[in-house]
Design a protein around this ligand. Sequence first.
Ligand SMILES: [Zn+2]
Length: 323
Amino acid sequence: MAYKRSVYMEAKNRLSARRRQAEQDQMTRHSLTVAKCPEILTIESEMASYGASVIKAVGMGGDAKEYVKSLSIKSIAAQDKRKALLKQNGYPEDYLDVRYSCPVCKDTGFHDEHYCQCHLQLIKEIAREEINRQAPLDKCSFDSFKLRYYPDIVDKALGVNQKEHMQSVFELCRSYADNFTLKNKSIFMTGLTGLGKTHLSLAIAGRVIDKGYNVHYESAQNLMDKLEKEHFSRSTSDSSFKDEILECDLLIIDDLGCEFQTQFTKAEIYNIINTRHLRSLPTIINSNLSVKELEDVYHPRVASRIMGNYLLMLFCGKDNRQN
Ligand SMILES: [Zn+2]
């Protein structure tokens, strides 16, 4: 579950900012408290001198143990004196402690040499923000999907009740997301515009991110623009956008077929689908194109890979623009 480098870097920056803010706030509280009650400084210099003596005592050998013990007793007494003084002046006892957002890791992001829960949570939030910048991830959840928009009538082409069919598509998507692992199959969602393909793709993305997986969501046009830009630039960066696309836990391509098509984009689409298939990594593609139309627009190998390996989901109903 390796996330994008940009996500890790952003998490690192935000943790540093939290730490700095907590320390600055403590310094402000300290200055104001000292202005009101200067005795605090005397007690604190006592506390500091005990601390310095403990450091010096290390390596003394012989009586060091007893000496250190006596210093800690004095240090605790000084701390108690400071607490009492704060209380007398109307402050809570811990008023001068640094108040980290996460007391477990003190906003370092690590605890017992592992990622702290706060760090993992932050990574998920940043991953969500990255998708939210280009698609309404927060608005498109399973809870906000409205099945009532689908007509309770038989779809002539599919020969099934539209509402019942979409209910089963919805449940399949929810179960796919709830039980997501890297062994999940890939999905091809097909149907006309406004039938909820993007909504359900985003709902899956949101839930899979919450489970701690690295999800990459791109519209086909954005995806191609970025790949093209990278391909024709002279970037020597170690980690490329293309690597991220080929290696992420779940790739979602929105609106395949709406991108401006060239030989380059057609080759890239096949490369992405094929490489992720060979690596056994799940991909979700949604498109207004049918599988037959895919064959006409792209190379027949694209349609063949999708037909042979993807779970086909047919969307029906009337254009409800849920998304
Ligand atoms: Zn933490």
